[in-house]
Ligand binder design. Structure first.
Ligand code: BGP
Length: 484
């Protein structure tokens, strides 16, 4: 890698989310969030498909009953709420230029539909941003990372209800006004396409309440698109010079063979993935989705003005997570085998992580090129990393060479894409400090450069410890990606 590969000012750093990090789920005036309700199911008891959805009112009420009795590690997070100073100091030691975190919406508006924000919640993020500023670390803030106030699910069935647009915009304006001197980079919805896999986590919808589920999910997403565009508008008005992006869980789809049926299947998968960025970056619904809606009896209700809002307030940059690629088949029997994103059809050319995620560094170069070609806006990789079991040796060291290998290979391909002409703003590796897994609620699925002493059941001292990858990443940043 030549010294000129990564541009000057490239935003190296790490990424997290409030729901998996902060803990203190019932402190500081915070309301319950949808994620506080997702329980931990040990691996042995889990089915083949990962389950992070809550589907019905009964299920939700049963979970609420348990609140306070069961302290899921999720609700304890890794206690960033009380330990942020120590953690930020470690990020600074690695030389982070940026730190991606999310604001917990229910910390600011415990119910989500009230007018007056919770001052204690606002003050917490003031302290965090000040600490980052002191260390010269630029925050990159996600407004909604799987964490709407639970009350909005109970009362409105989440984003299925149009009123959520105003609640969200009020929340966004509140935090833009409050942090306008502290935060320049923003993201609206984390992995907005997650609703296709989990309507509860992505859109706060209990699907058992609905007759035509797909219709409701796409309608909810329309509301989210409008809310996102309105947030873009507000961000630009309130914080001159700010940049705000969308965020997609990007999964490059490969055809299983060169049969045109497989190629078409891969294109279909890909288009369904890129639909979300089409709306947020180009500002309009693509033709292939209009066709899909028609053929599946889905009608999106739009208010007058919606189309203009989408078109006029597109995002400044496109951010995405990248963990794996997937395989598509035109054979209907095979296509059925494909469960959720972690399973699917095996790619015989790739290895997979312990959780079945197929590791594909070259796919990152391919996807960067394809997305840049399609959109011609700056890209930002805001999540990438290897979830793995780590072992603490007797001398206390953690030798995570497998993680270094994974990141090294991906960063190398990022460099290739930059040389191809892709405009890339930065890279924030997911879970730069070990945190609770989103899909499995495990603590033992670790991504960090920093180890946190806690097990899947919430036992442990929460002590922080540097892994081998800590010094490795520090050097990557210090050499601006020259030494990998
Ligand atoms: C993304 C989410 C993150 C995160 C990551 C890793 O989908 O945006 O919140 O957790 O994936 O997934 P997991 O924690 O399930 O390993």
């Amino acid at each position: 890698m030549t010294s000129t590969t990564f541009p000057k000012g490239f935003l190296w750093g790490g990424a997290t989310a409030a729901n998996q990090l902060e803990g203190a789920y019932n402190e500081g005036g915070k309301g319950l969030s949808i994620f506080d309700m997702v329980s931990f199911v040990p691996k042995e008891e889990r089915g083949k498909d990962i389950e992070m959805d809550v589907k019905s009112e009964e299920e939700l009420n049963a979970l609420l009953e348990e609140t306070g009795k069961t302290n899921f590690p999720k609700r304890r997070g890794i206690d960033f709420y009380h330990r942020y100073k120590e953690d930020i100091a470690l990020f600074a030691e690695m030389g982070f230029k940026t730190f991606r975190l999310s604001i917990s919406w229910p910390r600011i508006f415990p119910n989500g539909d009230e007018q007056t924000p919770n001052e204690e919640g606002l003050a917490f993020y003031d302290r965090v941003f000040d600490e980052l500023q002191e260390h010269g670390i630029e925050p990159l803030v996600t407004l909604s990372h799987y964490e709407m106030p639970l009350h909005l699910v109970q009362k409105y069935n989440g984003w299925a209800d149009r009123r959520l647009v105003d609640f969200f915009v009020h929340y966004a304006e509140t935090v833009f006004n409050r942090y306008k001197d502290k935060v320049k980079y923003w993201l609206t919805f984390n992995e907005i396409n997650i609703s296709m896999f989990s309507p509860y986590i992505g859109s706060g919808i209990l699907v058992d309440r609905l007759e035509h589920k797909e219709q409701a999910v796409y309608q909810a997403l329309h509301h989210q698109f409008v809310a996102s565009a309105k947030a873009v508008k507000a961000c630009h008005e309130i914080i001159p010079g700010s940049q705000i992006g969308c965020m997609l869980a990007r999964m490059e789809s490969y055809p299983e063979t060169c049969s045109p049926d497989d190629v078409q299947a891969a294109l279909d998968e890909d288009q369904k993935n890129l639909f979300f960025t089409d709306v947020q970056v180009r500002g309009y619904y693509p033709g292939f989705m209009k066709r899909y809606f028609k053929e599946n009896n889905i009608e999106i209700e739009m208010l007058p003005g919606d189309k203009d809002i989408l078109l006029e307030h597109t995002v400044d940059f496109l951010s995405f997570s990248y963990y794996m690629s997937i395989v598509a088949s035109g054979n209907p029997d095979k296509a059925k085998e494909k469960g959720n994103f972690s399973l699917g059809i095996k790619n015989p050319y790739l290895e997979a992580s312990d959780w079945g995620w197929q590791i594909d560094p070259k796919g990152l170069r391919i996807t960067l090129n394809k997305m840049y070609d399609r959109y011609q806006v700056p890209l930002f990789i805001v999540e990438n990393g290897l979830g793995a079991y780590d072992v603490v040796e007797e001398d206390g060291s953690i030798n995570d060479d497998y993680r270094i290998d994974y990141l090294q290979a991906h960063i190398e391909q990022m460099g290739e894409a930059i040389k191809d002409g892709v405009e890339l703003m930065g890279y924030t590796s997911w879970g730069c400090i070990d945190l609770i897994s989103a899909s499995t609620s495990e603590m033992s699925k670790r991504y960090g450069f920093i180890y946190v002493d806690q097990d899947d059941y919430g036992n442990g001292t929460l002590e922080r410890r540097k892994k081998k990858s800590f010094d490795w990443y520090k050097n990557v940043i210090a050499t601006n990606g020259e030494e990998l």
